[in-house]
Design a protein around this ligand. Structure first.
Ligand code: ADP
Ligand code: MG
Length: 612
């Protein structure tokens, strides 16, 4: 028997589509505030928004009649007929959000139209109108949502911890604030200020407030036109990179979206610039004529459909490449050694548009002359690098010992000859050169040190019980700026960091202090970047997976090790070599790259054609 559902049930079901968690409530309400023309939007939450969300805006406000009507399904002031759909510039238009939210929470709305004497209050609980009356209130709209899902236990059960829900909201506010630098956003949680943007219509100062100084200073401008797409924004050069894409904000016509095709274009464009597993922070906006993009595919409007994906791909790809190429020549501030550390040997991997997004001759954009110019420029650049890159040529001589199963005693004697070898010195502040009988040996100092430390940490990890890694106190505390979301993650996992040897203190709203690092018996090279990597591993969950702990140890070892371009004293080199002979696997760094290359005298003689 078919039945027509009553309104409350129907709204409850619709709510499931749009309202998944506190962050979805915040999103809908802030979009309404933006549609109402607000220039200041404040969001105050308690217990991750589950207990209470209060959004206040200085927008146009509503008449008493509209304030009641707003809670009806399909009540919207933004769309009259289907033909309007193509020309929408507002964030909402379905007229569902308020009805859906009110169906699953307790809502208290105060609103006063600009210039009106009196305000109006509407109270709705679980979809039922409880009360509406004239009241005094500020101009604009304040809407308070309490006890989300109090009447839908099934949904309530799926909510995560307060901190996690708060993180989603902070992330959302970050995206909205970056999309609308002309609006001032403030987020407080249990009265603590989490973020507050200036609303001065300057994207870079908004980025500064949200991502911090270091990231902002490493950014270059993106400014590119690829008919009919206009691309603008900022991207970090490889100087500052991250282990995930969480700081890649893509906007289409000013709204934050997710798009496979744009992500693919970013990945391709960054491939030769950033090391594998490293990503830039970026905020880019694509301006596309409204009729060429459909933002209404997804009920929460986070996905878009483009009329021509190839053009969008090329716009983003070339726009980003151009920005990175221009930026790489002017590196602002001091070039730290970690900068070198994060540069990929581009020449080996470089390929132009490996995906087949080649130009289609039939399309009007086929003859874009920009593409040719860019391709030429990049090719020249990388060819130049290729010539001076010796790694490829030497590859033929890499030692291929399989040592993993062999007995440690035997191995030690195998490499112990290194101790008796003559240390010739260091070249390019990166490689150690040695001679022994008829062998010429080259050691990558960073890879070798990384391996040594990794094995040390691995030993500690296997022996220790509760404290996984031993600690050493840093002579000088290091500080690190974080986003609100990251801060919450660190705060939640302080004990885990401690177990891994990192004693971390919280300092103000978004700064942490690193007091100790894992004990490697030596100076720990880069504590800040080790902690950053661990935060990234929290984001991708590997932090919590025991079978991924070995990878965490690699990462920590990598950050602890001396870097390429560190000058080593004679004694430091000697120590490194003798440590190396003690290792279980002295042939490869934890990432699998070779760390020793050996040339026989005969190899050299062949190269010089003394023998054939
Ligand atoms: P939609 O945004 O899709 O129109 P909503 O359910 O989100 O639907 O909102 C219903 C209507 O309530 C809106 O069309 C708008 O007229 C009004 N409204 C909601 N929030 C506000 C606000 N903060 N300021 C002014 N008007 C609002
Ligand atoms: Mg809306």
């Amino acid at each position: 028997m078919i039945q027509i559902l009553d309104t409350i049930t129907a709204n409850g079901i619709a709510a499931g589509e749009v309202i998944e968690r506190p962050a979805s409530v915040v999103k809908e309400l802030i979009e309404n505030s933006l549609d109402a023309g607000a220039s200041i939007i404040n969001c105050d939450i308690e217990q991750g928004g589950i207990k209470r969300i209060l959004i206040s805006d200085n927008g146009c406000g509503m008449t008493p009649e509209d304030a009641v009507l707003a809670f009806e399904r399909h009540a919207t002031s933004k769309l009259n007929k289907i033909s309007d759909l193509e020309h929408l510039t507002t964030m909402g238009f379905r007229g569902e959000a308020l009805a859906s939210i009110a169906a699953v929470a307790k809502v208290n709305l105060h609103t006063r139209q600009i210039g009106q004497e009196q305000g109006f209050e509407v109270i709705v609980e679980g979809g039922k109108l409880i009360k509406s009356q004239i009241v005094g209130c500020p101009e604009g709209t304040q809407i308070e949502i309490r006890d989300l899902f109090y009447n839908v236990p099934a949904r309530y059960k799926f909510l995560k911890r307060d901190q996690t829900e708060q993180g989603y909201i902070a992330d959302l506010l970050t995206r909205l604030a970056l999309a609308r630098s002309d609006v001032s956003f403030r987020l407080t949680s249990n009265q603590n200020n989490l973020l507050h943007t200036p609303g001065n219509n300057n994207l870079l100062s908004t980025i500064y407030v949200l991502f911090g100084k270091e990231t902002t200073e490493a950014m270059v401008e993106v400014d590119y036109f690829f008919e009919p797409v206009k691309l603008s924004g900022y991207i970090t050069t490889p100087q500052v990179s991250r282990g995930n894409r969480s700081r890649q904000i893509v906007l289409v016509n000013g709204r934050s979206i997710a798009s496979r095709i744009v992500s693919a274009a970013i990945t391709e464009a960054c491939k030769t610039w950033f090391m594998k597993g490293k990503f830039p922070s970026l905020v880019i906006n694509l301006e596309i004529p409204l009729n060429l993009v459909d933002i209404n595919v997804h009920p929460q409007k986070t996905e878009v459909r483009f009329w021509d994906e190839q053009i969008v791909f090329r716009a983003v790809y070339h726009g980003i490449r151009e920005a990175l190429e221009s930026g790489s020549t002017v590196i602002k501030g001091e070039i730290s050694s970690s900068f070198y550390d994060s540069i990929t040997p581009v020449s080996v991997k470089f390929k132009e548009t490996p995906l087949d997004y080649s130009f289609d001759e039939k399309k009007p954009h086929a003859n874009n002359p920009l593409k040719e110019t860019i391709t030429q420029a990049t090719k020249q650049k990388y060819n130049a690098d290729e010539r001076i890159h010796p790694a490829e040529q030497a590859r033929a001589f890499i030692m291929h010992q399989q040592t993993d199963q062999a007995d440690p005693e035997a191995r030690q004697t195998e490499l112990s000859y290194l101790k008796d070898s003559r240390l010739i010195g260091q070249v390019f502040q990166t490689y150690l050169l040695l001679e022994h009988e008829n062998r010429f040996i080259i050691i990558d100092q960073h890879a070798a040190h990384e391996r040594i430390i990794y094995e040390q940490l691995h030993d500690q990890y296997m022996k220790n019980k509760n404290q996984l890694l031993n600690k050493q106190i840093l002579l000088q505390n290091e500080t690190l700026e974080l986003t609100t979301h990251e801060m919450a993650l660190v705060e939640e996992n302080l004990a885990e960091f401690d177990r891994l040897g990192f004693e971390i203190g919280l300092f103000g709203n978004n700064t942490i202090i690193i007091r100790t690092v894992p004990d490697t018996g030596k100076k720990f090279s880069n504590p800040v970047s080790a902690v950053k990597s661990l935060i990234d591993s929290i984001l991708d969950q590997s932090f919590f997976q025991e079978d991924k702990h070995d990878e965490l140890l690699y990462t920590v070892a990598c950050k602890a090790a001396v870097k390429a371009h560190d000058n080593l004293s004679y004694n430091e080199m000697k120590k490194l070599i003798s440590d190396l002979t003690e290792l279980v696997n002295p042939y490869h760094c934890p990432h699998g790259r070779p760390l020793i290359i050996e040339l026989r005298q005969t190899d050299l003689e062949k190269l010089f054609k003394r023998i054939v």
